[in-house]
Write a protein that binds this ligand. Structure first.
Ligand code: NDP
Ligand code: 8X3
Length: 249
């Protein structure tokens, strides 16, 4: 039987590549995001039988509810929730950061993610489905300017582990995927539209691609049903760890 994935944030980056990967694998995809024209283009590219576009701002709980209530019959049985929509805002140290940037990250990466998860859980339990939550290496390793972004992703990772405990015995699988540097619109968004800063960050670094992440999510989702990947951290070979910093008088 054809399976259905609800993938948030499919207008760009990981989400768009993952939507294409799952449709190529024979799944139906509910594709979400604010940019309606990009979702429409995805529907035209992959076919209305395979993709349903649900246009809403994920921070708007009422709009989310309306979009979920309006799902066509063929897309109602959700087998996989991929909580991917998210963002970083700003790179400044906490003492210089904008409070509205912090609020936007918390609203999107945390509040919206738990709201949608709570809504979809009964269906996932009914269908012995799965959840893949997109966290980040920023959940595990602090770096200057990572402050609230890292905090939101640490929440996502810990929430995922908590879900595993609560869903014990239901057959529902939960994975948190923690990628490092990958070239998408992520840095453009983080810098409020600075394309040069984005290009400079990725230049010569061979970052991961959205396709790398899509293939990994596909692998996680298509493992035999008795296996659960709890958490998976991945980086490009060009990225690794640096030591502690020491302030001297
Ligand atoms: P992109 O900026 O390319 O894509 C982000 C997606 O999230 C877009 O489709 C965007 O849709 C959606 N989104 C953001 N805010 C909202 C909102 N308020 N309502 C609805 N949709 C929203 O970035 P990535 O693909 O890189 O990011 C995907 C996820 O991966 C994020 O959670 C990010 O934190 C995480 N991540 C990214 C890494 C990277 O290096 N790229 C590494 C580790 C994790 P739209 O703007 O149309 O609404
Ligand atoms: C994105 C990876 O290193 O920019 O989550 O925080 S990083």
């Amino acid at each position: 039987m054809t399976k259905t994935a609800l993938i948030t944030g499919t207008t760009s980056g990981f989400g768009a590549a993952t939507a294409r990967r799952f449709v190529a694998g024979g799944w139906r995809v509910i594709a979400t995001g604010r940019r309606a024209e990009r979702l429409q283009a995805l529907v035209e590219e992959l076919g209305a039988d395979h993709v349903h576009a649900a246009v809403f701002d994920i921070r708007d709980a009422q709009a989310m509810d309306a979009a979920m209530d309006a799902l066509p019959a063929a897309f109602r049985g959700i087998d996989l929730l991929i909580n991917n929509a998210g963002l970083a805002q700003g790179t400044k140290p906490a003492q210089e950061a904008r409070l509205d940037d912090w609020q936007r990250m918390i609203d999107t990466n945390v509040t919206a993610l738990v709201t949608l998860t709570r809504r979809v859980l009964p269906t996932l339990i009914e269908r012995r489905g799965a959840i893949v939550n997109i966290s980040s290496t920023a959940a595990n390793y602090p770096y200057p300017g990572g402050n609230v972004y890292g905090g939101t992703k640490a929440f996502v990772s810990q929430f995922s582990l908590g879900l595993r405990s609560d869903l014990h015995g239901t057959g529902v699988r939960v994975t948190t995927l923690e990628p490092g540097m990958a070239e998408t619109e992520f840095t453009l968004v983080r810098t409020h539209g600075d394309q040069a800063a984005s290009d400079a960050l990725y230049h010569g670094a061979q970052p991961m691609t959205a396709q790398d992440i899509a293939d990994t999510i596909w692998w996680i989702a298509t493992l035999p049903p008795h296996l659960n990947v709890n958490r998976l951290e991945m980086m490009p070979v060009s990225q690794s760890f640096a030591g502690f910093q020491v302030a001297r008088e």
